[in-house]
Design a protein around this ligand. Structure first.
Ligand code: ATP
Ligand code: PLP
Ligand code: MG
Ligand code: NA
Ligand code: MG
Length: 292
């Protein structure tokens, strides 16, 4: 049976990278290779210079225009077109294998626009059957939700990310915390999906840096998961609500002590723990968790 490959990669005039380094070896192995050149460059990025090669549509003459490359060789709209091509091909061709070699960056350096990362993370990687990232690309490919699943697989049944840099739907006055609890003994379903309940919290941010809040959070989560062992939503809501009461009371007190126009000191921002006794004992729920 004929085996056909659609290869969407860079083309270089001189040398071997992208389609130039994929097409020939695959043909040698007997594959039919259809190629789409995502860009046409003079050479690969390891050379001292790099030019984009453009073809002008003059009548009777294809003029080659050579211009230095200052934009990235991959952009968001191109990646989205690739996604829709793969989706259509997968529908039309059962058994189609999609190999994704994500082009993102290396050694801590991003060499594509930042707005490509969520497209990779949310759309491209889930479609891939084979993924070949370098370490940087692997780290960039994983969502915090998947991080929680990986941590489950290492042992813990309950994982809470106490603070993340995820953007909140309510704006930058909120910080996002995430929780995940395994819902059955067998974590992986036969189809590979995880059986866990994922919970999201948008926490109103208070304009100060607190110390000891991480420790208080862990202590309260222990207490409230003890009372609600199979209900992470409730335990999470009570935990975060205690945090809100303590942090807000501390902030108000610290500002009073500092006086108008002054920034509170670290001593003034020590958590008002004893004064928060009633809230710790019986926290009124002031932040609602969302089940994802
Ligand atoms: P660690 O203590 O391990 O470094 P962390 O950095 O996640 O963990 P915090 O940043 O203290 O710990 O966050 C823990 C919780 O404290 C948050 O989920 C939130 O409820 C509360 N918190 C901390 N700082 C603020 C703040 N400025 N405004 C509102 N809530 C805060
Ligand atoms: N240069 C260009 C133009 C490319 O398109 C690529 C990858 O697609 C590279 C360099 C890097 O190739 P590799 O990841 O195989 O080192
Ligand atoms: Mg690569
Ligand atoms: Na923490
Ligand atoms: Mg911290």
């Amino acid at each position: 049976m004929e085996c056909r490959i659609l290869s969407i990669q860079s083309h270089v005039v001189r040398g071997y990278v992208g389609n130039k380094s994929a097409t020939f070896p695959l043909q040698v192995l007997g594959f039919e290779v259809d190629s789409i050149n995502s860009v046409q460059f003079s050479n690969h990025t390891g050379w001292f210079c790099l030019f984009r090669v453009e073809r002008n549509a003059f009548p009777f003459r294809a003029a080659l225009q050579i211009s230095p490359v200052n934009e990235s060789f991959l952009d968001k709209s191109f990646l989205e077109v690739v996604v829709s091509i793969i989706q259509e091909l997968k529908k039309a061709t059962p058994g189609l294998v999609y190999v994704c070699d994500p082009v993102m960056g290396d050694h801590g350096l991003l060499y594509v626009p930042e707005n490509l990362l969520p497209v990779y993370k949310n759309e491209v990687v889930p479609l891939a059957d084979i993924l070949t990232p370098n370490q940087f690309e692997a780290e960039e490919s994983i969502s915090v939700l998947q991080v929680m699943d990986l941590l489950h697989e290492m042992g813990p049944d309950t994982v809470v990310l106490t603070s993340t840099d995820l953007p909140s739907k309510h704006g930058d006055q909120f910080l996002v915390a995430l929780g995940s609890q395994k819902t059955s003994k067998v974590f992986r379903n036969p189809d590979g999906t995880s059986s866990s309940q994922k919970i999201c919290m948008d926490i109103p941010q208070v304009d100060a840096v607190f110390v000891g809040t991480g420790d208080l959070f862990a202590a309260m989560l222990l207490a409230w998961t003890h009372h609600h062992p199979k209900d992470l939503k409730t335990a999470f809501e009570k935990t975060v609500s205690v945090m809100q009461h303590v942090v807000k009371r501390t902030f108000t007190y610290a500002n009073e002590m500092a006086g108008p126009g002054n920034k509170p000191s670290a001593a003034q921002l020590e958590l008002r723990m004893i004064q928060s006794k009633a809230d710790i004992e019986n926290p009124s729920v002031v932040v609602e968790a969302k089940v994802l």
